[in-house]
Design a protein around this ligand. Structure first.
Ligand SMILES: Nc1nc2c(ncn2[C@@H]2O[C@H](COP(=O)(O)OP(=O)(O)OP(=O)(O)O)[C@@H](O)[C@H]2O)c(=O)[nH]1
Ligand SMILES: [Mg+2]
Length: 1031
């Protein structure tokens, strides 16, 4: 400032000149925070007529030259905030105010005692802030002044001043006002409302005693936010709740003691209501209210009624109100109507010394996550529950509301290969004695068992109860018995130690099935016949066998293998059912494992399954279902309930609080988990509408099918006609109304799979080996293509479904190639619905495979189709892969015409099956390796001319993994993915066995499944065009 010229020079640097849309040069002045003590005209006079934005905020200005702002003709925005201004230059009349474009003025943080009268002449002003000044009156208007400004003002902020009132003469001129902030003044009243689109009205921290009663007349459909907190309101008139658009209402810190009657409320959009720090619930005339309630009939019955809360919230808030502050009031109890506010997510109740109980119905508020009860002396929720937070309090209340009881029964399934000692072991556990051997025909039996805490003495408090299902029976039943596998149960997998390593391998399918059907279960693997293991070598022998079991369930990297349950050495045990050796240890193990099971459905997922709280009505339902089961058993009635019958049973209990669908599902899950009934949620063909009561009965129904002999003519080649399958239902209790559900059940568990519109495949009838010697067909020639699909595990039902699917596809192929005019729609509709499970997708894939089949042979894990000039074969092949014994599919396709479309036909079928039914196989192991990979043997290595080892094809393939690396002595296997990638670049790929003789990729790749080929083609095209671009 001591060097005016220099100051001017510096300030001029902060002018920004731009030209506006009309081509005029405009100037923006940014002189913010420069400690300017005054404003020199010389600094800007030459450009003053071009200034559009003037920022002088945060300086030390105490006065302004009269040209600012009134003489700046093009000024749009003016910021004078944070200065020392006591007043603005005078503008005598409207002629002195030429800044008619001015839209925004910020005068906040100055020392103004009233707003400059010049503002009254601004006709385009939209935003005006004068917060944090010393305004005592809004405008000091000489009586001679005529003014017509402020009509377009939308936002007025005069908060933090000393205003005692807002003159209606000014306020009623603000025809466009939408936001008004008058917080922190000393207003004792609010001006009478007027016609304007007011949206926000903030008037907190004043001394307003009363709200104007026309508020809902003028602002009913516009006003959204109203804040009158920290005033002196004594009551809330009903009209404030008639504002239909209001979203936020704040009335905290007043003297409000009551609310208007619920019928008066119209604010159905209200989301936040703050009534904290008031006097709600305060009853001055205690005796009067008591007398009143005495008069009602209700209190006549109950002379000492619970405290009745005078505060009531209307039901119209039910779907809107999310946040409710009631803290710091004088409530005697939580208003019951709060429990009806279904959208509530936050509720603040702290500091209402009278509140002693939380209503149990609060727990029905499903969105509530914040429940503030600090400093309350709640007696009906234990302190330890309260200290765990709102979620725990609410679940405690919910349990209380539903009269829940801790439940300590689990379902336990004894499973494993046949004749291993399952029944003997259960008998030994339950009776403590070696049982005399009594063979039974029945494949499943149930019992109950109470296991006392080991070393805990006879204290039933700590005991665990089990519903034990002994799932045994003949070998052919063991696959179908998976339908009894339910989730969140304890599985005891039993095997005979004396059978050694071979028997361990047989456990694989059992373990895979548990993980597939019951992933939240606990598994214990128990070896029986310990007495048959020589005591001399026992320790080593057991260690070896244990290592075998663990190797099954672990991937080579040591992590849990995909598809297997989590089993560690802690879950393994050995016993003798003859000498009872190891039985005490087993009891201890079972007790520990049962106790450690987690309730995966609970909110945190971390609480224990045993002792979880079960609503009373679930328990009543359980009892009723058991009674019904026994009644039906006695009267020889069918052992399933339909939807309606279950509803009836629920309705028989008048106290039942099972109301909605979700709750019913939870109740049913409880019944399933405890072994009270069986239910399958599949909606297709209505399977979910049946509830099976008795597993023994269900098992008997299945036995009728499983005991069919393949010699019986009704099931030739393992295929049965629908009529014949229907005949097997006679006498079971299934009716024409429920037969569709039953067939769906059979398909679900691969007991009978639809293969054509009127026939089903019964996989159990398929021979384990091809019915004839097929090796004659498989003469290795040069016209053969092979493919090997490696799978980390073969899921249960895989082969059954693959065979059924291929039979369907082959039938379709026949129809398409040779009977094109046959109208498929003429088939009976119901059957075609069942049949359509193969999916329409399959037909859409453009399989070009067309042959006239001469023979089709299929067995448990394989299928062979012969035709003129070639054959096609698919079969399982055990391979060692990833250092483990695993499953594989070997596909061979031979064609004299060198038409290998059959290969694509098969691989499409395999891929689609996996996609639709076994998606778990498309995942990868914890070390990132794929669970499924495809290999193709080098056609040159495999050809007889090159290798005299034709048995490579027919015999076990061996170490494929190693072979791809080029080692070994046999045939090299190319990874299909590598081949497809290589095919983009070149026509040949090099086989490490004979690098001088490259292998053509053409056939290796072009017989890949349609999807891969498409990929290849698109990748190839992209690649080509990229090449062209470069060239
Ligand atoms: N020595 C010896 N024999 C046993 C042991 N456990 C079971 N057995 C015998 O093995 C045979 C088969 O036992 P079960 O209990 O019927 O076998 P299971 O697994 O229930 O058989 P299924 O129900 O038909 O699948 C019976 O003769 C038992 O006495 C054991 O620990 N030691
Ligand atoms: Mg048995």
């Amino acid at each position: 400032m001591d060097h005016p010229a220099f100051s001017k020079h510096l300030l001029r640097l902060k002018l920004q000149e731009t030209s506006n849309a009309e081509g005029e040069e405009t100037v923006t002045v940014s002189w913010r925070a420069l400690q300017l003590p005054w404003l020199e005209l010389d600094w800007f006079m030459d450009v003053s007529s071009r200034i559009t934005h003037l920022d002088l905020s945060s300086n030390s200005l105490a006065a302004l030259p009269s040209v600012v702002p009134w003489g700046l003709i093009h000024l749009l925005t003016l910021d004078l905030s944070n200065n020392l201004l006591k007043e603005l230059p005078d503008a005598e009349n409207s002629q002195g105010v030429i800044c008619s474009s001015l839209q925004q003025i910020n005068l906040s943080r100055n020392q103004l005692t009233s707003l400059p009268p010049g503002l009254l002449h601004l006709t385009n002003i939209q935003r005006l802030s004068a917060a944090k000044n010393q305004l005592t009156v809004l405008f000091d208007i000489p009586s001679t002044t005529n003014w017509i400004g402020l009509r377009k003002l939308e936002e007025l902020d005069v908060s933090d001043n000393c205003l005692t009132d807002l003159p209606t003469s000014v306020m009623h001129c603000l025809k466009s006002l939408s936001c008004l902030n008058v917080c922190r003044n000393t207003l004792s009243s609010f001006p009478d409302p007027w016609a304007c689109p007011l949206k926000q009205c903030k008037a907190s921290s004043n001394v307003i005693e009363k709200l104007p009663n026309t508020i809902s007349i003028f602002w009913r459909t516009q006003l959204q936010e109203v804040d009158f907190s920290d005033n002196s309101l004594k009551e809330l008139p009903s009209y404030i709740f008639e504002l239909e658009a209001v979203v936020l209402l704040r009335f905290c810190g007043n003297h409000i003691a009551t609310l208007p009657a619920p019928s008066k409320w119209k604010c159905s959009q209200l989301r936040t209501l703050d009534l904290s720090r008031n006097q709600l619930g305060k009853t001055e005339e205690e005796p009067k209210s008591r007398k009143l309630s005495f008069l009602t009939t209700w209190s006549k019955r109950d002379p000492d009624p619970d405290p009745v809360c005078p505060i009531e919230f209307p039901m119209i808030l039910r779907d809107s109100l999310e946040v409710l502050f009631l803290n710091d009031n004088q409530l005697e109890c939580v208003p019951q109507s709060v429990c009806g506010l279904h959208s509530l997510s936050e509720l603040y109740l702290s500091n209402n010394p009278g509140i002693r109980e939380l209503p149990a119905e609060l727990s029905q508020l499903s969105s509530l996550w914040q429940l503030d009860t600090e400093d309350l002396h709640i007696t009906n929720v234990p302190q330890e529950v309260r200290s765990e937070g709102p979620a725990s309090v609410l679940s405690f209340l919910r349990a209380h509301l539903r009269k829940a009881e801790p439940f300590k029964l689990l379902k336990m399934l004894a499973i494993g290969p046949p004749r291993q000692g399952k029944t003997a072991l259960l008998e030994a556990l339950q009776t403590g004695r070696a049982a005399p051997f009594t063979p039974t025909d029945c494949s499943i039996s149930t019992s109950t068992w109470e296991l006392d805490k080991p070393n805990g003495g006879k204290n039933s408090k700590d005991s665990v109860a089990f519903n034990v299902w002994d799932i045994g029976g003949q070998a052919n039943m063991s696959t179908v018995n998976q339908c009894f596998f339910t989730d969140r149960a304890l599985y005891v997998v039993i095997w005979n130690l004396a059978l050694g390593e071979e028997a361990v391998a047989n456990l694989q399918t059992w373990l895979l099935n548990i993980e597939a059907r019951a992933p939240n279960s606990a598994v214990v693997v128990v070896g029986t016949h310990l007495d048959l293991i020589d005591t001399k070598f026992r320790t080593e022998r057991l260690a070896t066998l244990r290592a075998y079991i663990l190797a099954l369930c672990r991937s080579p990297s040591g992590a849990r293998a995909t598809g297997y349950p989590d089993i560690t050495w802690k879950h393994l045990h050995e016993v003798s059912c003859k000498t009872m050796e190891g039985l005490d240890g087993l009891k201890k193990l079972i007790y520990q494992v049962a106790l450690s099971m987690k309730d995966s459905s609970s909110s945190g997922g971390g609480s224990k399954l045993l002792g979880r709280l079960i609503p009373r009505s679930y328990l009543t339902l359980q009892e009723a279902v058991i009674t019904e089961k026994q009644r039906r058993d006695g009267e020889g009635e069918v052992q399933y309930l339909t939807d309606d019958q279950l509803d009836c049973i629920i309705e028989q209990n008048p106290g039942s609080d099972i109301r909605d669908y979700e709750d019913l599902q939870t109740a049913i899950s409880f019944l399933i988990e405890t072994g009270t009934l069986l239910h399958f949620p599949d909606t297709s063909h209505g399977l979910c509408t049946l509830y099976f009561l008795c597993p023994v009965w269900l098992s008997e129904c299945l036995e009728r099918i499983m005991h069919l002999k393949s010699s019986r003519s009704i099931a030739r080649n393992g295929v049965i006609r629908t009529e014949d399958l229907r005949m097997l239902l006679v006498g079971t209790g299934f009716t024409p109304q429920t037969e569709e559900q039953y067939f769906q059940f059979l398909a679900k568990f691969e007991i009978a799979l639809p293969v054509a519109s009127n026939s089903y495949l019964l996989p159990h009838l398929l021979p384990p080996k091809p019915a004839m010697d097929i090796h004659g067909f498989k003469q290795q020639t040069n016209n053969t293509l092979q493919r090997l699909v490696q799978m980390s595990f073969v899921p249960a039902g895989f082969w059954e479904r693959l065979i059924a699917r291929m039979l369907i596809s082959l039938n379709e192929m026949d129809l398409q190639s040779f009977e094109p005019k046959r109208n498929i729609r003429s088939q009976p509709s119901r059957n075609s619905v069942i049949y359509s499970f193969a999916g329409t997708q399959q037909r859409n894939r453009c399989s070009t495979f067309r042959v006239r089949r001469s023979q089709t042979i299929y067995w448990k894990e394989g299928l062979l189709v012969t035709f003129d000039g070639g054959y096609l074969s698919v079969e399982s092949s055990d391979v060692s892969w990833k250092r483990k014994k695993s499953g594989g599919i070997k596909i061979i396709c031979q064609s004299e015409m060198r038409d290998f479309s059959a290969m694509a036909f098969i691989t499409d079928n395999v891929n689609l099956l996996i996609e639709q039914w076994f998606p778990a196989l498309t995942a990868s192991e914890s070390d990132g390796s794929l669970l499924i990979e495809q290999f193709a043997p080098c056609p040159l290595c495999a050809s007889p001319g090159q290798q005299k080892r034709a048995e490579v094809v027919a015999g076990p393939v061996g170490q494929v993994g190693e072979k791809t690396a080029g080692g070994g002595d046999g045939v090299h296997y190319f990874n299909m993915e590598d081949c497809v990638l290589a095919a983009v670049e070149k026509e040949h790929i090099v086989c490490p066995q004979h690098p001088d003789q490259p292998v053509t990729l053409q056939e290796l790749v072009f017989s890949a499944p349609t999807s891969v080929r498409c990929n290849y083609i698109s990748v190839g095209k992209a690649h080509l065009s990229a090449k062209q671009d470069c060239g």
